[in-house]
Design a protein around this ligand. Structure first.
Ligand code: NAD
Length: 491
């Protein structure tokens, strides 16, 4: 089949990019080119920004209760097409169909939560701040918001922001990941079918040039970004420098601590899913397991067995439980990091390098890798590998384990496995990460909680999802009113 040529969606029209630079979108399991994505120019960002700014004036005047009717329609459309969208996620990203469907479920949940906007964006009022004087605070949209997405959740991550942005009365430009842009292309067809007025939602495909044009554009007021930490830092600095509000979610290196009193079977199953699910390409993937005391031997043996059970292959094949990594370059980078870990003194209990799957010779496959004796401060302890690699570390006490957790640069997630309530409370209190799991391996906040990364995993103040998104996409206006009695007409 001929690869699909992706279009931009601007002002309610599908239009071919003026750029003659295109990039292949490659199925990471089969190696087939499934689409070609344009590297749109800054002029196309400018066109989308102007259109969105024009549409914003009318859109903010649509009452919130009416704006959410578009979201109700969108929710139903996403439900109807969830299988097709999920298959596309598997095809362009590599994760299994079940993982892709779980991803789309989270996207839909954010649409559902944003349907509560008539209450969520309510203001406040204080009567009589002085005799006869009232003060009120209302929330108004910021204007045009841009969403810049990563490859690893192409169907979900734009929806951490988009439903809240439009429900609060903003217009939006989405710049999908150039590695996985087809899912958002399909979702945009559903956004169009939901009937949003032209210019309210726009899609511009491209890479870094497009992103920089967004960051510098004077008509864009807010930028939501999810991706790696170096790029998140850049987005935060450049977007803020041009006066925008910016929320930039970055990378991660997530530790899970296993105490000797943890339920071994449950812990093993959950940690294996966290470390090897989505082939480890999750910002909430467990990448370091820190055993405490006697947990070491039992867990090491159990997790090794669990990792061996992963069936690696094309995510649309039913028995498969782990797909490929996104690109050949990514596979090479991960294999290089495994070698560095070995050179720095770690031992491979399982080495997933040099993997090929007979039916899919062109796929970027790795098998689960488990590295033992990872030293604090080493590359394997500090670097986001973003592949199916779990490093094992050991601590003698809970305090030592928490110190290891807190020594990291990132703060996206930290988890504890235990049956002790007091250890759990201590961990929740002391661990320096914004998403905490207690006997949970992927502590992904539901749509009605903010996605709360800390440290180098987040730059900004207000996170994606829920109340934070509502605050991010609105600016407060405070009004102080005096209406003297003498001015009243007598009726
Ligand atoms: P990435 O940083 O390479 O790309 C993200 C986006 O930034 C893409 O749209 C890309 O076009 C753009 N971009 C890339 N380089 C740029 C540059 N130099 N200048 C301007 N824009 C640029 O990230 P990725 O590889 O697509 O995604 C994986 C990363 O995202 C991992 O680090 C992962 O941990 C992180 N992530 C974080 C979260 C979170 O919630 N914190 C969630 C998902 C993924």
């Amino acid at each position: 089949m001929e690869p699909k040529i992706l279009l931009n969606y601007i002002n309610g029209q599908w239009q071919q990019s003026a750029s003659d630079v295109y990039q292949d979108v490659v199925n990471p399991a089969t190696g087939d080119v499934i689409a070609r994505v344009p590297m749109s120019s800054p002029q196309e960002v400018d066109q989308a920004a102007r259109v969105a700014a024009t549409a914003a004036d009318a859109w903010r005047r649509v009452p919130p209760a009416e704006r959410i009717q578009y979201l109700f329609r969108l929710k139903n459309l996403l439900e109807e097409h969830i299988d097709a969208l999920s298959r596309m996620i598997t095809d362009e990203n590599g994760k299994t169909f079940a993982e892709a469907k779980g991803e789309m479920r989270r996207a839909i949940e954010n649409v559902e939560v944003a349907c509560g906007i008539p209450i969520l964006m309510q203001g406040t009022i204080s009567e009589d701040i002085a005799p006869g004087i009232d003060e009120l605070m209302i929330r108004q949209p910021v204007g045009v918001a841009a969403i810049i997405a990563p490859f690893n959740f192409p169907g979900m991550i734009p929806f951490w922001f988009l439903p809240y942005a439009v429900a609060t009365g903003n217009t939006v430009i989405v710049k999908p990941s150039e590695r996985c842009p087809v899912t958002m292309h399909m979702a945009a067809e559903l956004l169009e079918a939901a009937g949003f007025p032209p210019g309210v939602i726009n899609i511009v495909n491209g890479g870094a040039d497009c992103v920089n044009a967004i960051l510098d554009h004077p008509m864009i007021q807010a930028v939501s970004f999810v991706g790696s930490t170096p790029v998140a830092r850049h987005i935060y600095a450049r977007g803020s420098a041009s006066g925008k509000r910016v929320q930039a979610q970055g990378g991660a290196k997530n530790p899970v601590v296993i105490l000797p009193d943890a339920d071994l079977d449950m812990t093993t199953r959950i940690v294996a899913d966290s470390a090897f699910g989505n082939a480890g390409q999750r910002c909430l993937a467990a990448s370091l397991a820190i055993t405490v005391g006697k947990a070491r031997e039992l867990f090491t043996e159990a997790i090794t067995e669990a990792a061996k059970q992963r069936v690696v292959g094309y995510g649309l094949d039913e028995a498969v439980t782990m797909g490929p990594v996104i690109t050949p370059q990514s596979k090479t980078r991960i294999e290089g990091l495994i070698q560095t870990a070995l050179d720095e003194g770690a031992k491979a209990i399982l080495d997933g390098r040099n993997t090929t799957i007979s039916r899919y010779q062109r796929g970027n496959f790795l098998r689960p890798t488990i590295l033992q004796d990872v030293r604090p401060g080493s590359t394997a302890a500090c670097t986001e590998i973003f592949g199916p690699v779990l490093g094992l570390m050991h601590a003698d006490t809970v305090d030592e384990a928490i110190a290891l957790v807190n020594s990291g640069e990132y703060g996206n997630m930290a988890c504890l496995f235990t049956s002790s309530g007091s250890a759990a409370r201590k961990f929740r209190y002391e661990a320096q990460a914004g998403n905490i799991g207690i006997n949970i391996g992927v502590a992904a906040p539901m749509a009605f909680f903010p996605f709360s990364g800390w440290k180098a995993s987040f730059f900004g103040t207000l996170h994606g999802q829920s109340h934070h998104a509502v605050e991010f996409f609105t600016q407060t206006k405070v009004v102080i009113e005096r209406w003297p009695k003498e001015w009243s007409r007598q009726f």
